[in-house]
Design a protein around this ligand. Structure first.
Ligand code: XMP
Length: 334
């Protein structure tokens, strides 16, 4: 526990110079800890695991083995981007696992949000463990733990209950034990991880990526997930993100996404009855995700997004805007 306490004297990393000093310090400490042994990392493409990967690549190069599990619930082009940045850009030792079928088969017919979360969390560990068992000579496990995770686990240990269970990487099975953990950013807050990420040369879009839940689009394809509705959600979400990017909202709004419920309404297309799902736009601002306010989106942009989604996305025939702050609504619908 002693190593998990941020010393009061620790300076907040706010500048590239401070980030570079932190990087140099961590490289030395990682090299000392790991020596010539191998390290395994689950690389989701989120800010924390990406920064840890970039840091470890700098420190130990190909001794780091990254595993990127695509659970089939990623946003459009997200896995491709991880491959591009890490395999092509940083020459990382990266194993890509497309586990879409494993996840979607297990999730078929499951509509309860907490059950969905549990299935996704548990299967993630299964897939990662399967890959880890195929590898030989791995001594360490790296993790993108950050300081708020440590504070959160302290709260949980004290018995404080969260509204929703958050399942990212949980405990690995008994037979998969490592000599030690490498957690180079565990004393940093998110804003500091971002400054370090930029200093490491990671793309701005990756470092300043909006939060994306571990269960991914799984909790935005509401109710029991089907492949066709998941596809429609992914395409509609990509249009929303593209338009927010183009119109200067991406850096301004904390979290924005589409959710697609599992019911249809009647519509008309080309003079014919056309039943489709609604796409729900959610765009919120917050500092800590405990409460959130609604971001105003210009009306003309809403019209444009609505026109694009209904014209370009098969299966969607209406676009709705969620104006509910948190509380009373949570940020995600499930
Ligand atoms: P809620 O919906 O609880 O979300 O208001 C607060 C923040 O947490 C994210 N979220 C999750 N993140 N696993 C995660 O890693 C989860 O199961 C999960 N559920 C919600 C949500 O996107 C928001 O940023």
């Amino acid at each position: 526990m002693l190593n998990n306490k941020r010393p009061d004297s620790m300076e907040r990393i706010t500048t590239p110079a401070l980030a570079n000093a932190f990087i140099a310090e961590q490289i030395e400490s990682i090299q000392k800890q790991v020596g010539d042994k191998k390290v395994l990392l689950a690389l989701s493409g989120g800010v924390d695991s990406s920064v840890v990967a970039a840091l470890l690549i700098k420190a130990i190069g190909k001794q780091l083995v990254c595993v990127h599990v695509n659970h089939g619930l990623m946003r459009k082009d997200e896995s491709e981007n991880v491959i591009k940045v890490f395999r092509e850009g940083l020459d990382a030792n990266l194993i890509y696992v497309d586990a879409t079928d494993r996840f979607l088969d297990l999730l078929a017919g499951v509509s309860d949000p907490e059950k969905k979360r549990k299935i996704i969390g548990a299967e993630f560990i299964n897939v990662f463990a399967d890959e880890a068992r195929k590898l030989e000579g791995i001594s360490f496990l790296a993790q993108g733990t950050i300081y708020p995770d440590i504070l959160e686990s302290i709260k949980q240990a004290e018995g404080k209950k969260a509204v929703k269970s958050h399942h990212n990487v949980g405990g690995l099975p008994e037979d998969l034990q490592f000599e030690g953990l490498v957690e180079p950013v565990k004393l940093l807050f998110k804003d500091e991880v971002r400054v370090v990420g930029e200093a490491l040369g990671l793309p701005h879009a990756m470092v300043y990526r909006q939060p994306f839940p571990g269960p991914g689009l799984g909790v935005r394809c509401l109710g029991a997930i089907t492949r066709d509705r998941l596809h429609a959600l992914r395409e509609a979400d990509a249009i929303l993100r593209e338009e927010f990017d183009k119109n200067g909202l991406a850096g301004k709004v904390w979290q924005y996404f589409i959710a697609v419920p599992d019911f249809k309404s009647v519509g008309v297309r080309d003079g014919k009855r056309y039943e489709g799902w609604p796409a729900i736009i959610r765009a919120v601002n917050t500092t800590d995700a405990m409460s959130a306010t609604i971001e105003e989106i210009p009306y003309a942009l809403l019209h444009h997004i609505t026109n694009r989604i209904t014209a370009e996305v098969e299966g969607i025939n209406r676009v709705l805007l969620d104006l509910t702050p948190k509380p009373v609504g949570t940020i995600e619908w499930e």
